[in-house]
Design a protein around this ligand. Structure first.
Ligand SMILES: [Zn+2]
Length: 140
């Protein structure tokens, strides 16, 4: 399956396994298991959602939004738990107004999940780590 490296956005072909002991990016050599939320822009979003064979969970947020700030560390933490199961990304909707309008973001935080380039789920409002973990687990 094709997976985007969260560190360098390189495309990796990784066997689909239940658990992984070790998986490094072929391009930057960093561990794909040490996942983090990718900072997504209008230049990178299509590559990421079209290429990934695993679901892509994108958090649309803004610097002035209190609930978004609260959810930020939660999102990073849960991203690690889903390494090679789901890709996590975040869009600063203030800096990326084109993306906010393209995806018709009406309130933030809004999470949109993409699978094979298509939106499969959307939810608005902040979540804690348990809620976010359960939300993503349901989509795998
Ligand atoms: Zn890499």
């Amino acid at each position: 399956m094709k997976v985007i490296c969260p560190h360098c956005l390189g495309i990796n072909n990784v066997p689909k396994l239940e658990t992984y002991k070790k998986a490094n990016c072929g391009k930057c050599k960093k561990s794909l298991l040490n996942a983090k939320a990718i900072n997504i822009t209008s230049d990178t979003i299509d590559k990421i959602i079209m290429t990934s064979d695993i679901p892509v969970v994108i958090d649309f947020w803004a610097p002035w939004c209190g609930p978004c700030q609260k959810m930020k560390p939660v999102f990073e933490e849960v991203a690690k738990d889903f390494a090679l199961k789901a890709t996590f990304g975040k869009v600063n909707s203030e800096a990326e107004q084109f993306l906010a309008s393209r995806f018709k973001i009406r309130s933030i935080p809004t999470l949109i999940v993409f699978k094979n380039g298509k939106e499969i789920k959307r939810v608005s409002g902040a979540m804690d780590d348990e809620q976010l973990g359960a939300f993503v687990n349901n989509l795998l």
